[in-house]
Design a protein around this ligand. Structure first.
Ligand code: GUN
Length: 251
């Protein structure tokens, strides 16, 4: 795990990932680098981790400070150690449906759907948000399960009309309590990927839980919904990476 700078939310996410490694007995190293870290320093750390046989997965927590180029840094991680599935090689594999690593948050959502026996095939799936980390891969995973997928974003016209069609509604927009009751079809499965703060600074999601919960068929809370799944999926990807590395070595 590599974290650069002192973004408080990122510090919490990385601490939770470190805790999960400890709980699972997974060896981990954490590099907390100062905000002034140069591109060269960060690239050279990634180089070292790329070539370290003890390390099967590398995670660089995003966002990075502005002077560092996210794309350049992510592209430097060996695809077989890219347990976030952010490297273009892994993104491309997700697109064609032939992948080892699934981005952790969308993977966690799919796992919740699978475990809860929510059918996806032929269903109207609406994803609010088109980020590379969540919205886009989320849509691909639903599509691979034969969902009829619509991606909404800030320029979508008549958003409510679109979201009200959803049998499965995934909110990944980053705006606190954005999804209101009149945006949800009664009985819909509502999955909240948001990690926001409300007007009192309290952790909340992208869905107005109090409003939506009475009409949803199923709904995930924040905290305690998608968040813990994201970490579990990161651990799964890391285990996959380790297994792959051992297979490659023939042991
Ligand atoms: N920042 C927000 N979500 C993530 C994530 O899943 N992985 C990394 N590396 N950074 C993030």
């Amino acid at each position: 795990m590599v974290i650069v700078g002192d973004d408080p939310a990122s510090q919490v996410y990385v601490a939770n990932k470190e805790k999960a490694c400890t709980e699972l007995g997974m060896y981990s190293e954490k590099y907390a680098l100062p905000a002034e870290t140069t591109e060269e320093e960060l690239l050279s750390l990634i180089d070292r981790l790329n070539h370290d046989d003890k390390i099967h997965g590398i995670l660089v927590q995003l966002p990075l400070p502005k002077h560092l180029d996210d794309k350049l840094i992510i592209n430097h991680i060996l695809p077989e150690k890219d347990v976030d599935a952010f490297h273009p090689a892994n993104v491309g594999k997700i697109m064609i449906g032939d992948f080892d690593f699934v981005p952790c948050t969308p993977a966690g959502v799919m796992e919740l759907i699978r475990e809860s026996e929510v059918p996806v095939e032929g269903k109207e799936c609406v994803v609010i948000g088109r980020s590379n980390i969540v919205g886009k891969p989320m849509s691909m995973l639903l599509l691979h399960q034969n969902g009829t997928v619509t991606i909404c974003h800030s320029r979508t016209k008549d958003l409510k009309d679109v979201t009200r069609r959803a049998d499965i509604l995934v909110a990944a927009v980053g705006i606190p309590k954005f999804v209101k009751a009149d945006m949800v079809k009664p009985g819909a499965v509502v999955i909240d990927v948001g990690m926001d703060r409300d007007e009192n600074g309290k952790l909340c999601g992208d869905v107005d839980f109090a409003e939506v919960e009475p009409i949803a068929g199923a709904i995930t809370p924040v905290p305690g919904g998608v968040g813990p799944m994201t970490i579990a999926m990161l651990m799964r990807n890391t285990l996959t990476a380790a297994k792959r590395a051992h297979e490659k070595k023939g042991c």
